[in-house]
Design a protein around this ligand. Structure first.
Ligand code: GDD
Ligand code: MN
Length: 377
């Protein structure tokens, strides 16, 4: 820094090279050790880093402890709105001033000593660097129970269609801040910010730096069952983003299968209530068409949820009817020319009818043009 007397000193200090974003909730007990460890890394590696503690107004000693430590490179941001891990991290990213960003947990599970290696990988050209438990050389705490291990592995496996990274669930990440500039509609639900970055920023070069993931020794984990269910919702969104047509078709088929169940349940219930069978069969069909419509509108074609429900319902019934006619015609044709087995012909008819049904719904009833492809501001 210049000390020339003629120069007016800039009142705003130059931005640091690195911003370390740490979401916290009730982590007061861990903060002294964590910040001291980061301080050690800063000194040892001459790292020009700020720390942004994104705290959701923890009802503990967080404020006092941070103030007592007196590090001028640590900034505590107390959040009272839109609480949660992901929103806290995203807020931190908007406040970050460094060219490089690191996101990590506060509970000492993520070793700050690995940050220099992660940064080296970034400087070597990586788009995203993951502090990885499952890369060669990485490990998890020996105290991890079987359930937690299986849980973690299953979650990782479910992410396979999107990435081959060994530890996409990790919350220990390093990337250039400008990576987020081209992120398409960044919208992570729950914990999996790394996975969201990989998919939405279309990261090409993702590298993994092995870490030892220590179990938290103080405070409590916030990974709840609700959080894990949110992960499934997140996967659905990512699938829709990355493989729009396949995701749509698969959801359409799942909804169709659910319609079979609805039909049979309604039929059985009505028959048990002594409703005449002609009426019961018709009612079961009507109810299953209605539930199929509603579920397709809610899930399969959720992008078109804002369209007119009446018009969509008529279109849906029309598409189903056309599908039924095609099914009938194809079945008869196949039965006449290709096989003598009616069931086999019917299967071919079902595939053809379903294909028409899906295509009509996708192209005309729930129009793709209603999808907003622009990235959120
Ligand atoms: N601001 C804020 N708000 N921070 C939160 C909240 C919240 O609602 N919930 C949790 N945090 C903070 C915690 O204080 C901690 O620093 C970090 O987020 C991770 O929370 P833990 O409760 O320690 O989560 P975990 O150990 O179960 O999850 C870790 O492992 C997962 C993979 O197994 C994290 O690293 C996850 O990112 C990772 O996906
Ligand atoms: Mn933890």
């Amino acid at each position: 820094m210049s000390t020339e007397p003629t120069e007016i000193e800039d009142p705003v200090p130059a931005p640091p090279a690195l911003s370390i974003i740490i979401p916290t909730y009730r982590e007061a007990e861990n903060l002294p050790d964590l910040l001291r460890a980061i301080d050690g890394v800063r000194r040892e590696h001459g790292l020009d880093a700020e720390v942004l503690l994104m705290d959701d107004d923890s009802p503990d000693e967080t404020r006092r402890i941070v103030a007592d430590l007196g590090y001028d490179w640590v900034h505590l941001h107390v959040r009272t709105h839109n609480r949660g891990l992901s929103p806290a991290v995203l807020d931190g990213l908007t406040l970050a001033r460094g060219t490089l960003c690191v996101v990590m947990d506060a509970d000492l599970s993520h070793p700050p000593e690995r940050i220099p290696d992660m940064i080296a990988a970034l400087n070597d050209g990586a788009d995203l660097v993951i502090g990885s438990r499952y890369a060669p050389g990485g490990s998890t705490d020996a105290r991890w129970g079987l359930l937690r291990r299986v849980n973690s592995r299953v979650a990782t496996l479910l992410a396979r269609p999107f990435t081959n990274v060994k530890d996409p669930m990790s919350g220990f990440l390093a990337f250039r801040r400008r990576l987020l500039d081209d992120a398409a509609a960044f919208n992570p639900v729950g914990y999996k910010i790394g996975l969201e970055l990989i998919v939405k920023c279309r990261c090409q070069d993702v590298r993994e730096v092995p870490i030892h993931f220590a179990d938290r020794t103080r405070g409590r984990s916030k990974l709840t069952v609700a959080e894990q269910l949110r992960y499934l919702q997140h996967l659905r969104r990512l699938a829709v983003f990355r493989y729009p047509n396949v995701a749509c078709l698969i959801q359409f088929l799942i909804v169709g299968a659910s319609g079979v169940v609805v039909n049979l349940v309604v039929l059985t219930a009505l028959l048990a209530a002594f409703v005449p069978k002609e009426l019961a069969i018709a009612a079961a069909i009507v109810v299953s068409i209605a539930t199929n419509f509603l579920m397709n509108r809610r899930f399969t074609f959720s992008y078109a949820r804002k369209g007119s429900i009446a018009r969509q319902f008529l279109g849906f019934v029309g598409a189903c009817s056309l599908g039924a006619v095609v099914n009938y015609a194809v079945t008869l044709t196949v039965l006449g020319y290709l096989t003598d087995i009616p069931q086999l012909a019917a299967l071919v008819g079902i595939v053809a009818g379903t294909g028409i049904n899906f295509t009509m719904n996708r192209l005309f009833v729930f129009k793709r043009t209603l999808v907003d492809k622009r990235p959120s501001p």
